[in-house]
Design a protein around this ligand. Structure first.
Ligand code: FE2
Length: 271
C-alpha cells in the first residue's frame, strides 16, 4: 500500500523506490528458479537481445515470446560463447514460482492506487546483466513498446542482486513522464517486421541534466511510469545485476493489435 507521499512522489517524478518490497526468501526463490529454467531451456543461438546493435537476432522468436518462456542472449559477436541476457515474457503465467510471486495481491493494490481499474500483467522478464558482458539498455520509455490507449503501462522492477552504478543500475530522468510519448514500436500486419512510428510532433529533447541513479538493495521495488525515460549502463563490474520486471496495464484500456507483444493466454486480473 502506497502512502499519499509516495503517490505524490510517483506522480511528480514518474518513478518510486520501495525498499524491502520482496523478502530475502522470495528473491532467492526467483534466482533459484531461473537457474532451473535456463538449464532446461533449448538454446537458440540467433536469439540475441540488444537495444544497441542490430546484429543477428531472430525477430520471429522474439515476436512470438509474449506467451512463452524464452531465453535471449547478449550480443557478444566477438566470441562464440552465449551469455543469457534475459528470459521472457510470460514467466508470470507459465512458471509456478514466478506465478506465485507475480500474482501476489501487493501488485494489484499498487496498480489500482496508480489508477488501474482492472490491472493485468502484460509481460514479465528476468534480466541477468552478467558481469563484464551485461549490455547497455539505451534510454527509452516503456509505453513505446507496450502501448495502450489511454496509456496505462507501469513497470515494476524488482532487484534480485544489489544494483549499483558499477554493475549497471537503472537511471531515470525524473519528471520526463510529463512529456508526450515520442514514438511507438509497432509490428506490420504480417508480423514479419517492426518499426518506430512518431507519436508527437516536435517532442522536447530528453534532458539528461537531472539524471538520477536508482541504486537498489535486493528486494527493492522500482515503479516506473510508462512514459518516464530510463536506461541502464553496461555491466563493467564483477558483480551480476539480476532483476525481475513486470509490466502492468489496465485491461480496460484499448490494446492495439500492432503492438509487438501478442498473447494467446487468458487475461488474468490482479486481485
Ligand atoms: Fe524499460
Amino acid at each position: 500500500m502506497l502512502s499519499d507521499q509516495q503517490l505524490e512522489f510517483y506522480q511528480q517524478n514518474g518513478y518510486l523506490l520501495i525498499k524491502d518490497f520482496a523478502t530475502k526468501q522470495e528473491v532467492e526463490q526467483l534466482r533459484l528458479q531461473i537457474t532451473t529454467i535456463i538449464e532446461e531451456s533449448k538454446v537458440n543461438e540467433n536469439a540475441i537481445f540488444s537495444t544497441k546493435t542490430k546484429g543477428k537476432s531472430d525477430l520471429k522468436y522474439f515476436l512470438e515470446s509474449g506467451d512463452k518462456i524464452r531465453c535471449f542472449y547478449e550480443d557478444t559477436s566477438n566470441d562464440k560463447s552465449l551469455t543469457v541476457n534475459k528470459v521472457g515474457h510470460a514467466l508470470h503465467d507459465l512458471d509456478p514460482v514466478f506465478e506465485t510471486f507475480s500474482y501476489n495481491k501487493r501488485f494489484g493494490i499498487i496498480s489500482r492506487q496508480l489508477g488501474h481499474q482492472a490491472p493485468t500483467i502484460l509481460q514479465s522478464q528476468y534480466i541477468f546483466k552478467s558481469p563484464g558482458v551485461g549490455g547497455e539498455v539505451i534510454p527509452h520509455t516503456d509505453s513505446t513498446f507496450l502501448y495502450t490507449d489511454p496509456q496505462t503501462c507501469i513497470g515494476a522492477w524488482i532487484a534480485i542482486d544489489e544494483a549499483t552504478t558499477e554493475n549497471g543500475c537503472l537511471w531515470v530522468l525524473p519528471g520526463s513522464h510529463k512529456h508526450p510519448l515520442k514514438e511507438r514500436y509497432v509490428v506490420n500486419k504480417e508480423r514479419s517486421d517492426t518499426s518506430f512510428v512518431p507519436m508527437a510532433e516536435n517532442p522536447p529533447e530528453w534532458d539528461f541534466s537531472n539524471k538520477t541513479a536508482l541504486t537498489a538493495k535486493p528486494g527493492t521495488l522500482v515503479l516506473l511510469h510508462g512514459s518516464v525515460v530510463h536506461y541502464s549502463a553496461h555491466n563493467h563490474s564483477k558483480q551480476s545485476r539480476h532483476a525481475y520486471i513486470l509490466h502492468l496495464i489496465d485491461s480496460t484500456a484499448k490494446y492495439p493489435s500492432n503492438n509487438w507483444l501478442k498473447r494467446k493466454l487468458r487475461t488474468r486480473i490482479l486481485q
